[in-house]
Design a protein around this ligand. Structure first.
Ligand code: SF4
Length: 64
């Protein structure tokens, strides 16, 4: 599975970091998410799905 962020949509809520801190960083200059792990596997997938679900801007994409 591939995890990406649409930076055209990301509004810096940081809900993703709350759900999956191991998968994301945050760029304080652009005030947007940085995807650290672009191919989550195993237990990371549940955290990635939660981050996608709870992103208020629908900016995260998890796909095959
Ligand atoms: S929760 Fe969504 S909008 Fe907020 S920082 Fe994360 S990806 Fe961006």
């Amino acid at each position: 599975m591939k995890l990406t962020a649409d930076l055209g949509l990301c509004q810096g809520h940081q809900e993703c970091l709350a759900e999956a801190p191991e998968l994301f960083d945050f760029d304080d200059d652009s005030y947007q998410v940085v995807v650290r792990i672009t191919e989550p596997s195993g237990g990371q997938l549940d955290a990635a799905r939660a981050a996608v679900k709870y992103c208020p801007a629908f900016a995260l994409i998890l796909e095959d």
